[in-house]
Design a protein around this ligand. Structure first.
Ligand SMILES: [Zn+2]
Length: 56
């Protein structure tokens, strides 16, 4: 288990041992979605917003 920090608000995110690559974790503080982009070392990045509406 390891802790990571929200890239947006700096809140501590508790990670369990069973996290998997590309898992999305919502920040408990600001609600932003963080994606696990690397497991060694554990790295969190802002998950891209899903924008289905491209106009046209
Ligand atoms: Zn946050």
């Amino acid at each position: 288990m390891s802790n990571q920090t929200c890239t947006e608000c700096g809140a501590e995110i508790n990670l369990t041992d069973d996290v998997v690559l590309n898992e999305i974790l919502p920040c408990p503080e600001c609600g932003v979605e963080l994606e696990i982009v690397d497991l060694d070392p554990l790295t969190l990045a802002l998950a891209p917003e899903v924008e289905e509406d491209w106009g046209e």
